[in-house]
Design a protein around this ligand. Structure first.
Ligand code: SAM
Length: 475
């Protein structure tokens, strides 16, 4: 499916990386090297992309595609390069220290500058002030950039500093000799465009701007039209503002569910503050005709009676969402009926509605004006689903391995009813990935954010098994 997301999107990092690897591999082949791609495992955990072999020489190479220096910057790697001092996973010190590549190939507009990883470690330790931490990517030049609560640490050094440790530089042109060149800079060879016209070689990589560490860090999985980000929705930067057609989600309910990384037993006041914060964030990310299907309980009985649905609706309106309607989801789950209060007595009986709700909200205008205008809902579905009482069963926690999943049927209905084919759907609390499975099934683009890496993995496995996506690349 054609991606509708803009060129600054993080997904381009993968495309850029792949493109750079392809170009590098073809140059290596032209120069007489036998090239073998790394396994997915080696790629993710050992940080190398291709093995190049010639005679007795054999090197694993980590190819670094061209990146922007920061999101608002149009400079690319020709002048400054990003160096990873620690990876995005706690146990992974990243490609510089934990990588298994002997060689690192940094893509420039006209060439690849290749250095030994061990030499780069020494250079970085000489040049970079490893004791000074900065909070902005812009300030990361020769200092350490890190963000609170996140393990990844990066720095920037000037490309020209690599000159002293250069193993080789391969221009992006057909090499005339299979021998190693003696530092033939691309600068001496004219522009890539000129060269390819004159010599009929491949174009240099398209200069799509893209951040490296700050943006690509938490992309956990990507395949077909869906992406999973391992991140905290409250602080994530992976979704662009005004880019989402529909948000479908079920947040934590504050009923002491034992999630892996989130404490679901906080005071009601704190819970409502958290709710206010993430609802406001969702609003920013939605397009003006963007919609929101918010699955919440009607009320809360555990730890004190609370009007959860009413309170969340009020907060949603306070932060700027407009109210459209409420769908009742009848889970048909009577086994929940355990607390009667005073049995057969008016002294203190409990009334519990065994249903949940889906609040339907929108950002500025209800009428959809953007998108493909192509609906794929059938007549029967439309007739049944526009009746706002939905009857279908819940999902088994055991089956999906998550403590509070909703069934794929819930996002599937919301998506088909409220979006056009090709629209972009966001689930900020992805859990086991149900929303992304529905996206794959309905040909929508999907983005899911999940704070717990185990759930990201469950979501990924479900996408492969149930969504039958092509296995994407992990970071
Ligand atoms: C009710 S569950 C969502 C279940 C999901 N609808 C499914 O079908 O599996 C809420 C999820 O939100 C995640 N979560 C909690 N706080 C988060 C945050 N700040 N950012 C992202 N995810 C968060 C929890 O780990 C949990 O998996």
């Amino acid at each position: 499916m054609q991606s509708k997301r803009n060129q600054y999107d993080r997904r381009n990092c993968l495309e850029i990386g792949q493109k750079a690897e392809d170009i590098f591999a073809s140059i290596a082949t032209e120069r007489g090297w036998k090239v073998t791609a790394a396994s997915n495992y080696a790629n993710i955990n050992d940080h190398w992309d291709v093995l190049i072999q010639k005679g007795v020489e054999s090197y694993r190479v980590d190819v670094k595609g061209m990146k922007r220096l920061s999101r608002r910057d149009s400079d690319v790697q020709d002048e400054w390069i990003w160096i990873e001092l620690h990876g995005v996973r706690e146990h992974d010190r990243g490609w510089l220290y934990d990588g298994k590549a002997e060689l690192l190939a940094f893509e420039k507009q006209g060439s690849f500058v290749i250095v030994m990883r061990n030499d780069l470690i020494k250079l970085v330790e000489q040049l970079v002030d490893l004791n000074t931490t900065v909070r902005s990517a812009k300030a990361a030049r020769y200092k350490v950039y890190s963000r609170p609560g996140r393990p990844d640490r990066i720095t920037m050094i000037e490309m020209e500093k690599l000159a002293g440790i250069r193993w080789d530089e391969w221009p992006k042109q057909r090499s005339r000799s299979p021998e190693r060149s003696e530092g033939t800079g691309a600068e001496e060879q004219g522009t890539g465009e000129q060269r390819s016209k004159e010599q009929g070689t491949r174009e240099p990589a398209t200069l799509l701007p893209c951040d490296l560490a700050p943006l690509s860090g938490n992309l956990y999985f990507q395949a077909d039209s869906v992406s999973i980000y391992h991140d905290d929705f409250l602080s994530t930067e992976c979704v662009e503002e005004n880019s989402i057609d529909l948000i479908v989600t079920s947040p934590p309910y504050n009923v002491d569910v034992k999630y892996g990384s989130y404490d679901d037993d906080i005071s009601y006041e704190v819970y409502l503050e958290f709710t206010r914060e993430w609802l406001a964030r969702c609003l920013k990310l939605a397009k003006d005709d963007g919609r929101f299907c918010l699955n919440v309980p009607l009320d809360k009985n555990k730890g004190g009676q609370q009007s959860v649905c009413a309170d969340i609706t009020t907060i949603a309106k306070q932060v700027g969402w407009k109210y459209h309607s409420t769908i009742i989801w009848n889970e048909q789950n009577i086994s929940r009926r355990t607390a009667w209060g005073s049995w057969l007595s008016a002294s203190a009986p409990y009334v519990i509605a065994p249903v949940e709700v889906i609040l339907v909200l929108y950002k500025k205008r209800w009428k959809k004006t953007g998108g493909s205008k192509r609906s794929d809902i059938t007549r029967e579905e439309f007739m049944e689903w526009t009746n706002g009482v939905w009857n279908f069963s819940g999902e088994s926690r055991k089956r999906v391995g998550h403590p509070a999943p909703f069934p794929v049927e819930l996002p599937r209905r919301c998506i088909k009813l409220f979006t056009f084919v090709g629209d972009t759907v966001l689930d900020p609390f992805l859990g086991s990935g149900s929303t992304l499975i529905a996206c794959v099934e309905t040909n929508r683009e999907g983005i899911g954010i999940e704070i717990d890496s185990n759930y990201c993995e469950i979501a990924k496995q479900r996408l492969i098994a149930e969504g039958r996506v092509n296995q994407g690349r992990l970071l």
